[in-house]
Design a protein. Structure first.
Length: 400
């Protein structure tokens, strides 16, 4: 707003030439009135999200690790043309994807990239038409860029490292890259990372941790104030006295190692104890609420991460079962389904990869009940029971 009433009226008899020289900005009369400060959020690009939400946040780190490790530990079943296969080249490839990684390590890296960025890229090395790739390698999502074609579908992928780029060409018959992406309502080529949805909670949690660290660096609490009164009743210290007091406070009374150390006051110094205000006491609750929001974005029950204040599930076993049912198994189904479709197009066969639920300890009670129900169904034949339980058919004696 322009404060015209602050402008001084020219005195009588004064001319324009008598006006003082103006060197101020032309926007000087415009005063921007501001209230409370705005929140400062961290950048939302993939490197910043990974650095703040995974490398620098224990809740995000543990959430990603517990999901990726649980998903990578699940054994996969292969079906070709609807028939379960116990021995197959695809199973051999997934069992030894490359010389530097085993199956658990490769899948953990793939699931971790998918959770952190919303995208997973699997390279098929030595890929030839009508054959399976010789090796599988997980590529970093923050280095990969989709090159769309005229029709909007990916025409290639560019992988950048240290200023160098390698392009993977994509044809309708063959793609050396298996791109797995999470659902994103506003992007056609890239998936949505759970860290993007939890970015505000990550910032709040990190800010609360920094606030706590600042308190520890200042005797762990705003313990009080030092009031100076000289013999003459003046309350102003000289520069030398002020500098000396600051140096002694920093050297002998700040930091965790000096917590509780007695203070010797002299020369008119008086100690006024202080305590936490109600707003200061709320920071711990705010930090716990932010931690629950981060766990919620990844689909991990807070109970499994040791976050207090959450009683959604009656016990740990129920929370673990819900974790597998609602988070781990859908993730494995999405990733394994994408890999099977990609390898099926490469080899020219109909493949399907799925998790073996009989090897999930958290679902043992459910599987036991299902086996009991199917086993007691007298109206089903043995072949139908095996089919319902996902078991391969048994060859008839003397049959072909």
């Amino acid at each position: 707003m322009v404060l015209d009433f602050l402008k001084r009226a020219p005195q009588a008899g004064a001319s324009a030439q008598d006006a003082p020289e103006r060197k101020a900005s032309a926007t000087g009369p415009l005063i921007a009135w501001s209230g409370a400060g705005r929140a400062v959020w961290s950048p939302r690009d993939l490197p910043s999200l990974t650095r703040n939400g995974f490398l620098g946040n224990p809740v995000g780190y543990r959430a990603v690790k517990v999901i990726a490790e649980a998903a990578a530990a699940l054994p996969l079943l292969l079906r070709e043309n609807g028939v379960r296969q116990d021995s197959h080249p695809v199973l051999a490839l997934l069992g030894r994807p490359n010389p530097g990684q085993g199956p658990a390590e490769m899948f953990e890296a793939l699931y971790g990239q998918f959770l952190l960025t919303g995208n997973g890229y699997l390279e098929g090395a030595g890929l030839a038409p009508g054959a399976l790739p010789l090796e599988l390698h997980v590529l970093r999502a923050d280095r990969m860029a989709v090159v769309p074609g005229r029709d909007g579908w990916p025409a290639g992928y560019e992988y950048s490292v240290n200023g160098k780029k390698h392009r993977f060409e994509v044809s309708p018959e063959l793609s050396p890259i298996c791109h797995l992406k999470n659902f994103h309502p506003q992007d056609d080529h890239y998936g949505l990372s759970p860290l993007q949805a939890a970015a505000s909670a990550v910032d709040v949690h990190n800010a609360a941790s920094h606030w706590s660290k600042s308190l520890l660096d200042n005797a762990a609490r705003p313990s009080g104030a030092i009031v100076y009164r000289s013999a003459e009743g003046q309350g102003t210290m000289s520069e030398d006295q002020y500098t000396r007091l600051l140096d002694e406070m920093a050297a002998h009374h700040q930091g965790a190692r000096n917590a509780g150390r007695p203070m010797l006051l002299e020369g008119g110094l008086d100690w006024k104890p202080m305590g936490f205000s109600p707003s200061d006491m709320e920071f711990q609750k705010t930090k716990e609420a932010a931690a629950r929001e981060i766990a919620l974005a990844f689909g991990v029950p807070p109970m499994l991460l040791g976050i207090p204040g959450d009683a959604t599930y009656a016990n740990y076993q129920e929370a673990n079962r819900a974790f597998y049912r609602l988070t781990v198994l859908p993730l494995v189904a999405r990733v394994a389904g994408g890999i099977a479709a990609w390898l099926g197009r490469c080899s020219g066969s109909a493949l399907r990869l799925e998790a073996d639920l009989d090897h999930v300890p958290a679902l043992a009670s459910e599987r036991e009940a299902q086996w009991r129900r199917v086993g007691e169904a007298s109206f089903l034949s043995d072949a139908e029971k095996r089919a319902m339980l996902g078991l391969p058919p048994v060859a008839e004696e003397g049959g072909a």
